[in-house]
Ligand binder design. Sequence first.
Ligand SMILES: [Zn+2]
Length: 240
Amino acid sequence: MNIVRKPSPNINTGRQGHTPDMIVCHITDGGFEGAVSWLTNPESRVSSHFVVARDGRITQLVELTDTAWANGTSGTKSNNQWHGHSTLQVVRERNVNANRYTISIEHEGRHAETAGALAPAQLEATIFLIGHIRSEVKRLFGLEIPMTRQHIVGHHEITPRTRPNCPGRLFPFDEIIRRLSENTAQPAPQNPSASPSNFAREAWEWAVQNNLIDGTNPREPATREQLVTILLRFNRMLGN
Ligand SMILES: [Zn+2]
């Protein structure tokens, strides 16, 4: 999938030393072109790292290493965007503007029509994009963003008082997390000889319990280095 770049001036360069470990999903409440235009207009004083259209187009407005003006929090208790109002523990605990440690994705849609549900092509683009963000964050910051609801969140969870409907109750967080987890999960082992033969079962379990072997590949031949390791462990087991 292709990511078109259209840089926004509405940013802070860098992240003041913070590592982005949270992806925040938004709804534009308007059309794709209008949203890109507004988020790159210096008068708007708002931006987002990405905008995903209903037809699956993706535009990047802010670099991952820079701070977008998308879902800021305030350190002032009387402010409606006070970080202490967040429903997320990690946001409440950090006395830092959430823009510094988040990556923002705007999704084209009108909340009154969709309540945050994504179009099929848009869902596929978002799943691709989050996978892309994860590999880029790993490359740039050395951090693997976990695929959990603590790290893939909605704007309404950051500032519930000012953005209760962003992106909306039908936004498919669980499906996105499930699909991305499937992509990274190891396939289940399908080895027909994964359990020992009946005659060897007792000896096998004894050897596993005594840490002589690691319990895998019971019907495979042993190499000479595996053999001497078993002998050494057995010798130590006898107290020598
Ligand atoms: Zn939002």
